[in-house]
Design a protein around this ligand. Structure first.
Ligand SMILES: [Zn+2]
Length: 264
């Protein structure tokens, strides 16, 4: 009996110690939290922003973009619509039927007339960095894209590849008919004739948004675009969109997903 009492008392005092320690820790945590809140209110704001509340839409955009500043991406989106003509999405999942945009000649290529002036100015800016910069490719009809695609396949087959092997290889550098942005007249290939060096390409890509263009297939985004890094292919999206995409390190697929999520 005595022994049982003793054990009970011992248990009770253990419980007391536990609760006292617990309360002390709780007070300590509150004190630390309060101090941090007082001196670092921004830390709390950023922590709270990461909590995936249903209305906290910024958490979904963070997943799709790795750019700095993407946390505030959805609150400062430009006043545009994802269905604007200059934001048309063309890729393997979004095939483009034959269209006949109004075209204007710029150098050796043709582009959608609405972007002719910007194309000319962008070329001039690139030529200020490297005088031999040239517009290599602009508008291509779907039929021309098909021809280009088939020619490339035939050339690889002539090199001894099977049709399947040739297709797998060619699809890395030539888009399937319907999947090429060149059909829109809003895409240009610009390079020096011997092939663009990456450092020069980076400088040109930096300038591009001022003229409404973005480097469409940047390094590190091929899992999103479905196309390997191309340092020569630019796409017109308009100055406002291009600058936003540059600032937040977004490719067109990611940018459109954000616009649509914001109901734009
Ligand atoms: Zn291209």
């Amino acid at each position: 009996m005595n022994r049982a009492k003793h054990i009970r008392r011992k248990k009770r005092s253990k419980a007391k110690i536990f609760w006292r320690t617990f309360l002390a820790l709780l007070l300590l945590a509150a004190a630390i939290g309060g101090t941090v809140l007082y001196f670092q209110p921004k830390l709390w704001q950023s922590l709270l922003a990461k909590v995936p509340f249903p209305g906290n839409s910024s958490s979904s955009s963070q997943k799709s973009s790795s750019g700095s500043g993407s946390k505030t991406a959805q609150t400062d989106l430009p006043d545009v619509s994802s269905s604007d003509w200059n934001l048309i999405l063309v890729n393997r999942d979004h095939l483009q039927e034959e269209t006949t945009p109004a075209l204007t000649q710029v150098g050796d290529i043709q582009v959608d007339s609405r972007i002719a002036e910007n194309t000319q100015q962008f070329l001039a800016a690139a030529q200020a960095l490297a005088p031999e910069e040239t517009l290599i490719s602009g508008y291509r009809s779907r039929a021309e894209q098909e021809e280009l695609y088939n020619e490339n396949i035939a050339a690889e087959e002539a090199n001894g590849l099977s049709h399947e092997e040739a297709e797998a290889l060619v699809q890395k550098r030539v888009q399937l008919p319907g999947a090429s942005e060149h059909q829109t007249g809003l895409a240009i290939d610009m390079s020096v004739p011997e092939g663009q060096q990456d450092d020069l390409a980076a400088k040109i890509a930096e300038l591009a948004p001022q003229y409404g263009f973005v480097l469409r297939y940047p390094e590190g985004k091929s899992d999103v675009t479905g196309v390997d890094f191309e340092n020569w292919h630019y796409r017109y999206v308009g100055v406002e969109n291009a600058q936003y995409m540059q600032q937040h390190n977004l490719v067109l697929e990611e940018y459109l997903t954000m616009l649509k999520a914001a109901g734009k």
